[in-house]
Design a protein around this ligand. Structure first.
Ligand code: AMP
Length: 242
């Protein structure tokens, strides 16, 4: 039997981890675990300590213990049985050590997708990003605008700018990435995981997803654990026609 498929989306804020994870989830039928989304949801529902909301607003990382517990619990949920995508986690070496332990217990050999994006593209992308406060859907004013300006396509909520996408907070997030998260890549390589460098700033998101799907297929062979949904196949075809 095929083991669980685990993809680790790695890259700086604004590298497209969330967008790629969403498209890959649709294509592969596996769970998408975004620690940022989970934390925002907790803050939104008043389930997080004030301290956590404060750290997030400032663009700083929340304590490892909080995130580790959240992920350890999440990957045991039934929708993770086929596989899961970790988006925005691990972000510190301590978190990476826990991931390595959890995956070893489950005998999962993960794939790390390292999205490489130019610094200027990141800053421009984050300034351009709008988010639905209700369902979390993410839009880009230039490359993926909502059908009606300022309104979520999915539930009609008024779109907002994420508090931590303001310029001064973005700088803090990039600082946290450079100092705490970048070393995680080395850790994951040393753990013997496959790491794929994927250029994240050339071409539309669907084309980048297609590149990743081809790599997955090459690693896992055919029939891969890949069940490309009809809608994604159509999206990819449309993107290619452009
Ligand atoms: P993201 O949506 O992934 O950019 O995450 C938004 C914010 O949530 C980050 O700036 C951190 O404050 C917090 N966060 C998300 N994931 C983690 C993590 N793995 N470790 C620590 N803090 C995190």
């Amino acid at each position: 039997m095929m083991k669980q498929l685990c993809l680790i989306m790695f890259g700086p804020p604004g590298s497209g981890k969330g967008t790629q994870a969403t498209l890959l989830r649709q294509a592969l039928g596996i769970a998408h675990i975004s620690t940022g989304d989970m934390l925002r949801e907790r803050v939104h529902h008043g389930d997080a300590l004030d301290e956590i909301a404060k750290l997030m607003r400032a663009g700083e990382l929340v304590p490892d213990e909080t995130v580790n517990l959240m992920v350890a619990d999440r990957i045991e949920q039934p929708d993770c049985a086929v596989g899961f995508i970790l988006d925005g986690y691990p972000r510190t070496v301590n978190q990476a050590a826990l991931v390595a332990d959890m995956l070893a217990v489950k005998q999962i050999d993960p794939v790390v997708i390292h999205l490489k994006v130019d610094y200027n593209v990141i800053v421009a992308r984050l300034a351009d990003r709008r988010q639905c406060p209700t369902c979390g859907a993410s839009y880009s004013l230039s490359s993926n605008p909502p059908r009606v300006p300022g309104v979520c396509d999915l539930d009609g909520s008024r779109l907002t700018v994420r508090e931590d996408d303001r310029e001064e907070v973005v700088l803090e997030r990039l600082h946290a990435y450079d100092h705490k998260t970048r070393p995680v890549l080395e850790y994951l390589k040393n753990a013997g995981y496959t790491v794929w460098d994927v250029t994240g700033d050339t071409g539309p998101p669907q084309v980048i997803t297609e590149r990743i799907l081809k790599l997955i297929e090459a690693k896992y062979g055919k029939p891969a654990p890949v069940i490309v949904s009809r809608s994604l196949t159509q999206e990819l075809a449309a993107a290619e026609e452009k």
